[in-house]
Design a protein around this ligand. Structure first.
Ligand code: GLC
Length: 530
């Protein structure tokens, strides 16, 4: 794919920032981050230079899955603030040129949602068909072999009405029935409610999953291997990944495009290959951005990582905007996952992310090289990953949800001194915003320079991408006006000197020699294409 076809949109060339609200900044001393905290640090985000923020779930929820179990789609979680706070946040962000995306969870609700409470009231209840109910299998037991995200049966027996209901995640997260037209109407209204308030769009949770097989057929055995293969041995062919989901996004895209400044739909498209990823862009009439999990799970190595990039770009429809991220609240933080805490690698990863074409999403703390935190079992908060051995999240997801490390104080500057944060902070003495902000050689200042270069060179555009030849271990490419040489090895690599001036480097100046350049282990440089 060579970019720049089609219309220019604000997310082209942009840097988005995933902000886990509960862990960002606590302004009311209850140990949880809140919307007041987001507002208080908008100036920091402006200084960093990001274009928009995606807020982790903000709607009322019993928090069995920390907001991914919504009990009211039109409200704000009382722990986080009020609807007025949200309005103020949108206005304050917009005053700084920052867009706000909300997290929308359309695959399931909380069992505390009024729709489910009604649906569970009886087989004739008005909302019964909002959910997926089924009779026991002929010999008794669950209707089929589908498993939930913990590896248990995805069916919960509901004795009062004598049927099972489906939950692909926890049993307190019943799956919605997208075969039911009223569910479509409800969500069209929910989208408009928030878009009318000025949100710039949505990150769509479990975007590949909304429809389930109408015949509830058994899933076949998993045949793939690797990090994206199903951990419990069944290929999710029928309990997710159904083709009908594309119709939902065509409808939502019409809604998004009906606003004077088109709004953004960014899908959590948990699919293992570029072909299926591409399908979520439709004919430029579905999602404008679809998260690329094969990139996330690729080894931090050349040629593997570059192969995923080339493979993705070759499959996306012309004009489609790729999106790259490497950390989130589920998969963990790349400075640990990819880099093992090695700052050279963290800088290299940031350099690559910042120069790839399309959109990039940083997770809070990526910019200071925050690593995963080993949360002791007794302090863990995530039910879905707590203590489940062999679980796909490779341990507790809490490790990547700990407080933002603002300064070196005991609670990392996240909450009032003396208050216990909801999750323990990492090593804030070693890694924190305030120390790095003052230090021109810090990861934070480097990241900010990268963001600034990205805006200057490819803001508002999808840069073209061309892989360049190089010795083993080197990933070299041209992205728009920039040439990138990234040494993905623990040995120095000598390659042809790209010629143009060095704009940024992960470490001191690359050793110049006539016609050649030598990169230190894990060094990356950006030059202007000669
Ligand atoms: C998505 C979210 C994850 C959540 C799950 C169920 O994968 O990112 O955190 O547990 O959906 O909503």
């Amino acid at each position: 794919m060579n970019g720049d076809a089609g219309q220019h949109r604000w997310w082209h060339g942009a840097v988005l920032y995933q902000l886990y609200v509960r862990s960002w900044l606590d302004t009311d001393g209850d140990g949880y981050g809140d919307l007041g905290g987001v507002i208080a640090r908008l100036d920091y985000l402006s200084w960093l230079g990001v274009d928009g923020i995606w807020l982790s779930p903000t709607m009322p929820s019993p928090d069995d899955d920390w907001g991914y179990d919504v009990s009211d789609y039109l409200g704000v979680h009382p722990d986080l603030g009020t609807l007025d706070d949200m309005d103020r946040l949108i206005a304050e962000a917009s005053g700084r040129g920052l867009r706000v995306l909300l997290d929308l969870v359309p695959n399931h609700t909380s069992s505390a949602h009024a729709w489910f409470v009604d649906a569970a009231g009886g087989r004739a209840a008005g909302h019964r068909d909002y959910y997926i109910w089924a009779d026991p299998a002929p010999g008794g037991g669950p209707p089929n072999n589908w498993l939930d995200a913990t590896g248990a049966s995805a069916w919960a027996w509901h004795a009062p009405t004598g049927q099972y209901y489906l939950h692909n995640f926890l049993d307190s997260q019943p799956d919605l029935n997208w075969w039911e037209p009223a569910v479509h109407e409800e969500f069209a209204g929910i989208l408009r409610f928030w878009l009318d308030r000025g949100v710039a769009g949505f990150r769509i949770d479990v975007a590949h999953g909304l429809y389930k097989d109408a015949k509830l057929r058994d899933n076949p055995p998993e045949t793939a291997a690797g990090p994206m293969a199903d951990k419990f041995g069944l290929k999710p062919v029928y309990n997710a990944n159904r083709p009908e989901v594309h119709g939902v996004y065509r409808d939502w895209r019409k809604i998004a495009d009906s606003y004077p400044e088109p709004r953004l739909l960014l899908g959590e498209t948990w699919v293992p290959d570029a072909g299926r990823l591409a399908s979520f862009y439709g004919q430029d009439d579905e999602l404008q951005l679809a998260f690329n999990f094969p990139f996330v799970f690729a080894p931090f190595a050349a040629p593997e990582l570059p192969a995923v990039v080339s493979g993705t770009l070759s499959r996306l429809p012309a004009g489609a905007c790729p999106v790259w991220m490497a950390s989130n609240h589920d998969v963990g933080r790349f400075p640990t996952r990819w880099c093992g805490g090695d700052e050279r690698k963290t800088r290299l990863a940031l350099l690559v992310l910042a120069t790839l074409p399309g959109a990039v999403v940083l997770y809070y703390g990526d910019e200071i090289g925050m690593t995963d935190v080993d949360v002791p079992p007794g302090l863990r908060q995530d039910k879905m990953s707590r203590g489940v051995s062999g679980h796909g999240w490779q341990g507790s997801r809490d490790r990547a949800r700990t407080p933002m490390q603002w300064d070196s104080s005991a609670a990392a500057g996240f909450t009032t001194p003396g208050v216990t944060p909801w999750l323990p902070a990492g090593d804030a003495a070693a890694v924190n915003v305030s120390g790095q902000r003052e230090d021109p050689g810090s990861v934070l200042r480097f990241c900010r320079d990268l963001v600034s270069l990205r805006h200057a060179e490819s803001g508002g555009r999808i840069a073209s991408y061309r892989a360049l030849p190089g010795p083993p271990g080197l990933w070299a490419y041209q992205a728009g006006s920039l040439t990138v040489r990234a040494n993905f090895s623990g040995d120095p690599v000598t390659c042809h000197d790209p010629g143009g001036p060095v704009l940024l480097s992960t470490s001191g100046p690359a050793g110049p020699a006539a016609g050649e350049i030598t990169l230190a282990p894990w060094q990356g440089i950006i030059t202007r294409t000669a």
